[in-house]
Design a protein around this ligand. Structure first.
Ligand code: RP5
Length: 168
């Protein structure tokens, strides 16, 4: 599976250990699309295609990517291994599988050795991974920053509206 938005150099690479992760990971793609951030999506398995995984990490920077979002389930080594070969920020998404409710994936991703950070989101938290990637890009893109501020105002208004409904 390879998905790339047409006519735009991808700024974010969304990778996952298997296409079975896509039902979770697509929320990251949807968040990026909402903000108009060009992205690519692909399967890059740390265990089934390690050479290609290292290749992806080594060339991500020179291909123009700015952030990598990596999701995997079970023994989820993909985000950490990518972080070890790229200078780009890596956001890890623990994907829940049938057993252990994603705790295995969470612990595999979050407990990185000093010097090799992975920004780990919640189990199944791909939407927040997409939003975090937007924030990282927005730090050097004032137009994108403006869209994030508008989004945050929307969240606040929705929360107020929910409170108003309860009070009514
Ligand atoms: C992991 O193994 C993948 O990230 C996926 O979450 C899990 C199962 O993969 P499939 O057997 O469904 O391809 O590496």
């Amino acid at each position: 599976m390879t998905q790339t938005q047409p006519e735009a150099v991808p700024q974010v690479g969304i990778v996952m250990g298997s296409d079975s992760d896509w039902p979770v990971m697509k929320a990251a793609a949807e968040a990026l699309a909402e903000f108009g951030v060009p992205f690519e999506a692909d399967v890059v398995s740390a265990h089934r295609m390690p050479a290609e995984m290292i290749e992806y990490g080594r060339h991500a920077d020179s291909r123009g990517l700015k952030v990598i979002i990596a999701g995997a389930g079970g023994a989820a080594h993909l985000p950490g291994m990518l972080a070890s070969v790229t200078p780009l920020p890596v956001i890890g998404v623990p994907v829940p599988l049938k057993y252990l409710d994603g705790m295995d994936s969470l612990l595999s991703i979050v407990q990185m050795p000093a010097g090799v950070p992975v920004a780990t989101v919640a189990i199944g938290g791909a939407r927040n991974a997409g939003l975090l990637a937007v924030r990282i890009l927005a730090a050097s893109d004032s137009a994108l920053q403006g869209r994030m501020v508008t989004f945050q105002i929307g969240l606040r208004e929705q929360a107020h509206a929910k409170g108003a409904k309860l009070r009514a």
